[in-house]
Design a protein around this ligand. Structure first.
Ligand code: SAH
Length: 249
């Protein structure tokens, strides 16, 4: 099945951009996903193809008009009726790997990219199905790089896109932890060696070391993740998650 990506943007020429290369580019050529870049300006109604106006109440910048953007969203919804619609905005819920997994296992995604000061809020009131999503606590100049990041994260999880199936599940966040650190040749570099255990060939010992490192690094670097991880372990909730953990422990 082809994962259908639709992107609503003022810069359709930014797509596929980096998604036309490497893993995602090959997957696009192979038909694992499809891309429909929709120009928001095509839904303007005046001669100058205006999409924005000054902010009500004053202030800097311009705001994307709800009427024009809604027309573009409605058009994409007709073409891709099964896709969830995601608006990229720093005011949205931070994107997580869990949400990426859900999206990647679905029919596709329609992504709305903002520019300027963002969207007229009435868009979200009138189209409550639009999910507001943030790439993180940073401010980009437009939603396009966020859309590219979201799509990249989905595409690598599509069936057949990545080589080894385990490379999709042993990553950071998949178990609520950061991934363990990696090493490769040369074995000696600037006086530093690869941790001895990784050269032991003892797979059980290596797995235990990696698990421990993942825990240490998560605790030190991401106390927020660590707290959630240990909290989740103290209160076993969903059967599936618990089973997986029991196998590891
Ligand atoms: N005035 C807005 C920022 C607008 S930035 C605010 O302060 O909340 C212009 C556009 O870039 C946004 O509409 C959004 O589509 C995109 N953008 C900026 N930062 C983003 C982020 N962290 N995540 C997702 N999209 C972002």
């Amino acid at each position: 099945m082809t994962f259908s990506a639709a992107v609503l943007t003022l810069y359709p020429e930014m797509f596929p951009g980096p998604l036309g290369m490497s893993l995602a580019g090959r997957a696009l050529t192979d038909g694992a996903w499809s891309l429909d870049a929709v120009h928001i300006r095509d839904f303007a109604t005046d001669r100058h193809r205006t999409v924005d106006d000054t902010p009500a109440g004053g202030g800097a910048g311009m705001v994307l008009r709800a009427d024009i953007v809604a027309r573009a969203v409605d058009h994409a919804t007709v073409l891709h009726p099964a896709n969830p619609v995601i608006a990229m905005t720093p005011r949205g819920a931070p994107l997580t790997q869990a949400r990426i997994r859900e999206l990647a296992s679905g029919p596709g995604v329609t992504i709305l990219c903002g520019r300027f000061e963002g969207f007229d809020e009435r868009l979200f009131e009138a189209r409550p199905a639009i999910e507001q999503v943030s790439l993180g606590d940073i401010v980009l100049s437009g939603g396009e790089p966020a859309a590219i990041a979201l799509l990249d994260a989905c595409i690598r999880l599509l069936p057949g896109v990545m080589g080894a199936p385990s490379s999709g599940t042993e990553e950071s966040f998949e178990d609520g932890l950061l991934e363990y650190p990696h090493y490769t040749r040369p074995q000696q570099w600037e006086g530093r060696t690869i941790p001895e255990v990784l050269r032991s060939g003892d797979h059980a010992k290596i797995a235990a070391w990696r698990k421990r490192q993942a825990e240490i690094d998560t605790r030190l670097r991401r106390p927020d993740l660590w707290e959630r991880h240990t909290g989740a372990r103290d209160q076993p909730a969903s059967g599936a998650r618990r089973e997986k953990k029991d196998q590891v422990e």
